[in-house]
Design a protein around this ligand. Sequence first.
Ligand code: NAD
Length: 336
Amino acid sequence: MKTAVFSSREYDRHFLRGANEAAGAGHDLTFFEIRLDSDTAQLAKGQEAVCAFVNDQLDRTVLEKLAADGIKLVALRSAGFNHVDLEAACRLGITIARVPAYSPASVAEHTVALTLSLNRKIHKAYSRVRDGNFALDGLLGFDLEGKTVGIVGTGTIGLVVARILRGFGCRVEAFDPRPSPELEQIGGVMVDLPDLLAGADILTLHCPLTPKTFHLIDSAAIKQMKPGVMLINTSRGAVVDARALISGLKSGKIGSVGLDVYEEEGDLFFENLSDKMIQDDVFARLLTFPNVLITGHQAFFTREAMTAIAQTTIGNITSFEMTGRADHEVSVEKLA
Ligand code: NAD
């Protein structure tokens, strides 16, 4: 199929071309580095499908433009689909496909990397030692063993995080509206959200962004947490109210924060802005805290995950071309 691939970097091209060739799929991929939005949607003219990533815009306006240009399929290179207006896609007859699971270990391991780095101040120690400063002041951490980790969302990724942290000797508690026998099998305990917030030394978020989880972590939720709590978010930025986070950090209620995602990351992440001014004052304020560690949406970025994402994406395009149905379609009901 003729497919316009948006937000594509050299690494995306490498893995997608590889998967296209390996499967003998023969899709005609046209790569654009630029993000998909209402101005760039016209680049998809003459194509049959669009391949998009997490910060591409797939709201009603963009989908209407794509539909008018004959696009029948949007193949997301992500698990999350919170950036897609599913109702508009359905009405316009555009199929949305995604990559439901790809190496959950990639995101889970990055979650643990953030937790360990933040706790043991590896990011600070790295530059200190290179400066010839071997003093330990300010580098004091705590043992993970025996601490309570609260997991929000015991889906594919949350469960892997639970398994790893059980290995560290943590008590694992979790909240998910769906029961999780798998969590209990590995020695975790399902609790209500208020109990989770009140009991966690480390709180880590692994739920999707939906209308119900938007700003799930706001000032009211922060108020219920243990003083000095560590908060890790590798799910979606808008699950956390960044302004409330800043207040929690300023008051000392929140002990440390590790973020791989940020509510307004679309204007920042995946770009090299080192010569530009950051215009987002909330993000800039977050960067000033010594106890905040931010990575730019890289949790998924392992060789294994990129290979799996490319294979599933090419598979979605091929199945749609062959049968009119993609292997992993997102349906409107999943909005709820
Ligand atoms: P999943 O669908 O397997 O699991 C999500 C879980 O969250 C489900 O068990 C669901 O029942 C639960 N959930 C739904 N609403 C909830 C709520 N209100 N409170 C608590 N739990 C709730 O998804 P996954 O593959 O484990 O991914 C989790 C999230 O991680 C994705 O939605 C995506 O946003 C994010 N993600 C981030 C990266 C990254 O690079 N940072 C990569 C992949 C996925």
